[in-house]
Design a protein around this ligand. Sequence first.
Ligand code: BES
Ligand code: ZN
Length: 473
Amino acid sequence: MEVGNWKLGVAKYNSVVMNNVIDFINTNRDRYVDELKEYLAIPSISALPQHQADVRRCAEWTAEEMRRIGLQNVRLIETPGNPVVYGDWLGAAGSPTILFYGHYDVQPVDPVELWESPPFQATVRDGEIYARGSADDKGQVFMHLKAVEAHLKQTGRLPVNMRIILEGEEEVGSAHLDDFVKAHKNELSADVVVISDSPMFDRGIPSICYGLRGLVYFQIDLRGTKSDLHSGSFGGAVANPAMVLAQVLAQMKDKGGRVKIPGFYDAVRPLRDEERAEFKKLPFNETRYRKELGAPKLFGESGYSTLERVWGRPTFEVNGLLAGFTGEGAKTVIPAVAMAKVSMRLVPDQEPDAIARLFEAYVAKVAPKTVELKVTRMHGGKPWMTDFDNPFVQAAGRAIEKGFGKAPVFNREGGSIPVVATFQEILGLPSVLFGVGLPDENAHAPNERLDLGNFHGGIIASAYLYDEVARTR
Ligand code: BES
Ligand code: ZN
C-alpha cells in the first residue's frame, strides 16, 4: 500500500447508509485538508505563557467546528488552566456511548530553524501534511470530527451516542484533568473511551494500542557556590556542580542499561512469554529502525529486544541539562549552579508516587554534601494496559480493517497519555487507542507530519468504528 493510495471505501458493507457516509467522506477529501490547515494554523502551545491567548482561540475554534458539524451542547468548560471543549450527541437511545478524548494543545516548535516549512503554515509535501500538531494531536482529533460530520450530514444521526472532550493541557501533563473527570462524572458517563493520539505500528500496518507507559518527571537543581567563580583562582578548592551533576546522573543506570535506583523494578510486571512471542512476530526491522534514527548503535536494557525495551520495560532518561558556559569560544569559570530535567517511563504495576519517592531518596543518597540539592517533582501519569478480549477492541479491529483494507496488529507504546488510567479508575471505562500517526511522524520534533492517506483512511475507519460500536449491543 502506498502513500496517499489507500483504497478508500473498497470494503464491502451491506448497509446503504454506511455506504452513503463513506461516499460523503470520499467526496470531501480536499475540503478536509483545507479545513485542517486552518486548525493547524493556530499556535496552541500550552507550554509557553505567551501563547495562552492562542490556546484559548484554538479551544474556541474547536468548539465552533463542533457546532458546525452538528454536535450539541458544545461549550468550553473552564478549569484552573486551559478550558476543556465539550460537545455531545445523545440521540441514539439504546445504543452504547463513546467518550472521545483528544487534545488541542501542541508542543513548542524549537528549534524552529530546523523546520522545512513554517510550523504553523501547514504544507503538503509528498502526500504528508507538515505542521506542529498535525499528528499530535489536532490532525487525529479532526479525523474524528470529520467522521462525525459525515454521519450527521448524511443521515442526520450517529449510530452511537457520543461525548467529546478535548483538553488543552495534555502536552504539559494534564494537571487539571483528573479533577475535571471527578467533577463531571455524570456528564462523562459512557461505555467506552476512544482515543486517537498515538502512531500506528508502521506505514501500511494499522494497529490498536493496548498499553502505554507511565511517567514521573523531575527537575534537579544543584548549587555549589554563591556565584560563578574564576576557575583558576578557585578550581580545585570547591566542588563543581556541573561535574557533580554528571556524577549523580551517571549513577542512574548501569552499563547494561539497567536503572540503579533501589527498588525501581520491584513492581514491574514481567513480560509474559506469549507476549514476547507476539512482539517477535511483528514485522520490525531493527537495522532500518536504527538507520532512521541516525543512531550509530542501539542501546537499552540487556536481555530485552528493542520493542520490549520501549513497550514493556521502564527506563530513566535525561531530558535536558544546563550548566556553565555554553557560548562560543572559551570562558574559564566554575558554574555556581547546574540543572537537569529527568524522567522515568513506567510500566505496570509501577506506581508513579512510589517511584518518585525511591528516586528522591536515591538522589539524596548519591549526591555529595559539597553541593546544595533541590529535587522538584513535575508532572506524571500511571502506566496503562488492557486486554483485548473486550468487545470494543474487537469492534475497532473490524472498523480499521474496513478503513485501511487491512486487519490491525496489536501493539504497546512507550509514550504516555495519563488520562487513560484515570478513565479506567474514576469512570471504570475501558479505552480503545486507535492512532493513525506513523513512528517517524516527528511528534514533539521539527517537521511533524501526518500522512494524508492515513488521515483519510482514519476518517473512514472512525466512521465505521461508531457503527461497529453500535453493533456491540
Ligand atoms: N501523543 C502523545 C502520547 C504518545 C506518544 C502515545 C507516543 C503513544 C506513543 C502525547 O501527546 C504525549 O506526548 N504525552 C506525553 C505525556 C506527558 C506530558 C505526561 C508524553 O508521553 O511525553
Ligand atoms: Zn505529545
